[in-house]
Design a protein around this ligand. Structure first.
Ligand SMILES: [Zn+2]
Length: 117
C-alpha cells in the first residue's frame, strides 16, 4: 500500500514520459503532473497528463473514492471502461480520446508501455 504520495505540477517536462493514467506519451516541453511517494517501502514516481490527472480526480469524486488504493489508473479502471465512458466523453473529451481512440472498433485502453519514471 501507499505510505504517502505527493504531487506537483510541472510547467514543462524536460524529456518525454509515459502518462500513468492513459499510457500515452507526454511530449517533452508539455505540462505534466509529477507524483512521487513510497509504496510498500519502495520509492516510486510517475508522470501524468494534467488533463488525465483532472479526469482521474473527478472520477474519484464521482464514485466517492478518495484514496489511491480504491481507484486504479484510468486505463485500468473497470468501472470507467464499462459504466462511465459517456461521462468521460462528455466531461473530459481529451482524456476520452486518449483512452478510447475513435479508430478502434471495440475500444479498449492500451496498457502503458512502461511504468515508473
Ligand atoms: Zn494521460
Amino acid at each position: 500500500m501507499w505510505d504517502f504520495v505527493t504531487g506537483r505540477n510541472i510547467k514543462r517536462t524536460r524529456t518525454q514520459h509515459i502518462c500513468k493514467q492513459c499510457g500515452k506519451p507526454i511530449e517533452a516541453g508539455s505540462p505534466a503532473r509529477y507524483l512521487s511517494g513510497k509504496y510498500d517501502g519502495e520509492f516510486q514516481s510517475s508522470y501524468e497528463h494534467v488533463e488525465c490527472h483532472a479526469a482521474w480526480q473527478a472520477f474519484r469524486e464521482l464514485c466517492g473514492f478518495y484514496g489511491y488504493e480504491e481507484t486504479p489508473w484510468l486505463w485500468d479502471d473497470y468501472e470507467l471502461r464499462y459504466d462511465h465512458q459517456d461521462w468521460l466523453k462528455e466531461n473530459h473529451p481529451i482524456v476520452y480520446n486518449r483512452l478510447f481512440p475513435a479508430s478502434v472498433d471495440h475500444p479498449a485502453p492500451l496498457h502503458p508501455t512502461s511504468v515508473g519514471a
